[in-house]
Design a protein around this ligand. Sequence first.
Ligand SMILES: [Zn+2]
Length: 838
Amino acid sequence: MKKLISILKLSLILVFTGQLAAQELKHKSASDIYEELEKFNFLGSALYVAAHPDDENTRLISYLSNHLHARTAYLSLTRGDGGQNLIGTEIRELLGVIRSQELQMARATDGGQQFFTRANDFGYSKHPDETLKIWNKEQVFEDMIYAIRSFEPDIIINRFDHRTPGKTHGHHTSSAMLSVEAFDAANDPTVYPKQLKSLKLWQTKRQYMNTSWWFYGSREKFAEADKTNLVGVDAGVYYPSRGISNGEISSFARSKHLSQGFGSSGGRGSYQEWLELINGDMPSNKENLFDGINTTWTRVKGGEPINDLMAETLNEFDFRAPSESVNNLLSIYDVLKKMPDDGHWKEIKLKHLSEIIVECMGLHLEAATEMQQATPGDSIEIQIEATNRSSILASISSVSLNNKDTDINGALEENTQSKWFKNFGISQNTPFSNPYWLNEKGTLGTYKVDNPKMRNLPQSPAAFEAEFQLDIEGRKIQVTKDVIYRYVDPAKGEIRQPFVITPAATMSFSKDMYLFAEENTQTIEVTVRAGKDNLKGKLKIDHPKEWVVTPSFFDVDIDRKAKEEVFNFTLTAPKKVSEGHLKAVFQEGETLFDKTMISINYDHIPLQTVLLPAESKVVKVPLKTGGKNIGYVMGAGDKMPESLGYVGYNVTLIEPSTLNTANISGYDAIVIGIRAYNALKNLKLYNEKLFGYAENGGTLITQYNTSRRLNFDDLAPYPLKLSRKRVTDEYAEVRLINPKHKALNYPNKITSKDFDGWVQERGLYFPEEWDSNYETIISSNDKGEDPLDGSILIAKHGKGYFVYTGISWFRELPAGVPGAYRLFANLLALSQNETIDP
Ligand SMILES: [Zn+2]
């Protein structure tokens, strides 16, 4: 039982250090080492709990880790799949991969660790009741209890208030509600008893909510509020040994959330953080979050001598020569080794101390390959390096690669680089590298992860690990490093990235979706990438049975690894409405491959390789269109132009700055992208031209904007008032309240069936008041709420039309929702003469 616990904890720690090594080569400076010694000397832990990447208060996490020196972790229930991506086109699960990495980079900056659960960020949720139903509360709670029982926090800090359901995002309130419930449940033997085979019960001592004036409505109200139940700490401390203040570290960490545009500037000077006591006893010293909790070495049996030894080590630490501390640290190592196994601190501290000793010696240990990727059955060369930059006596007794021993050993002479080159066979049953939560198909609310030990991990462990067995002044010390891919980029210098195991063949379709509106036959382009030399096999496409694909297969023969070849299939759609998926399958002998490989490459995170099913959606939409030439003004970014192109529109992107001089009268309709008036400050300056275009007979369609700092005359020719009202349930009933209106009849006859199969939501930021010039056509609402009629507002404007719409076209069209295409086609055709038979 003890052994199981240690393996788990070890793997948690390895993941954190591993992901940094993949990004940059960095040894600790003397003052960094001193900081580590102070953290080593503190035996207390804090767990911060919220719902999404970017919910966390990096200022408080940094304060806990760097000022108090506590083991600090952030448990983000989700990976933020549902957010917007401000730096690229990745959305949903791929955005979740990016945000998981951004969180780890944030933690590498503020000194915390990162955990997750299986909960999926499925989009905005108005109420925790809905959230907990979609998430599968039992599973998410199980993962939270697992995190608490393995991390053993003394204090838990919630970002959100558990007492205000319905007032904020349902994910937020749910995170706090689950956390409050978990406070005692983690210590209840009847709760997830199976976990107790490898973990102990754990009673957290105190639970706080990280409050602020925001929760009180205003700074004034907060200033007057009763604070007897609050603890306040000054989180604006300055760290002279690092030349940086806590607020600055916090903003560096926050700025790692690049995909969310959370770059922030450094705060300096005193800053009060407030914590409201939710559970446990009030500290008598209201400035110390850990007051009354033993955080010294007397906390663990046999640890007492370390108190004095550490006092001496810290006192004698020589910033000019950290290696002078190694002898003291080895004495501490001896005491730690002799301590009875407590299933927690001993393992954690031995690991930490080993790392500190190695850093004091400036001992560089690395295992790298010059290949980024290999397949099971391949052989790779691994270069192992050890350089001891101190006079401490040390040698390597062995190095093993994924538990396979190599014959590497020898003394590590002072400041002498030692290198070994080892050929290493990758066994046929080695798993492919992939974010573990994406290996199997989950539900809308939860990822499917069978192994409970994986569920809290921020990322998958590295494909290969090198375990160095060292002998330092007679002590056996073990250090584990990820095997990384290392190369020299002429522009950037030496780069370190994760080394990955991939399938021998991966396939990709040229489009995520093939839409068939008027024509019935299209060419389907499938690219096969060889993950190894001499890839031979058959490529075929699995398809819904009413569709026809020719030929039935291609013979594939690719001579070189990483080479790609394109194969063209012909796909014929059935006459009637049909939806389904195409799946590319590659057969090599008896082995089938059916994955596509996606590389996510940004400078601020390690290179991510993701394997997803090699699929593409096919949809036959009975769609009629009137007017083909569409002008599109891109706002905050969406995939509407491509989506409209799929069904035969000619879409031209219009640069707003060219609007005044451009001739736009030739467009059949002009569409303004999502949040354009929020994102483009100057767009309102061109309204005269845009509204004039409608007045002269065009159709101008403006998609949703948020109400922040916008007045109606910034975006519409007639008054309307934006609200934050939305319909989040994609199944919510939609009623046709103006069935005779042209927009519901021409060229496509719209019925309630057209609102089936929608994704994520109906729409957002609907206007709540509007001028009598507008007509409404549909009405909808979430369960138990008042009808909202403002999702599509249509005004006759001169000879043409102005349309304002908060319907989530930007989600429905890229997802291939037939009814959404049919209704949007009608809006685009508003100014067309009714020449097509409906
Ligand atoms: Zn959030």
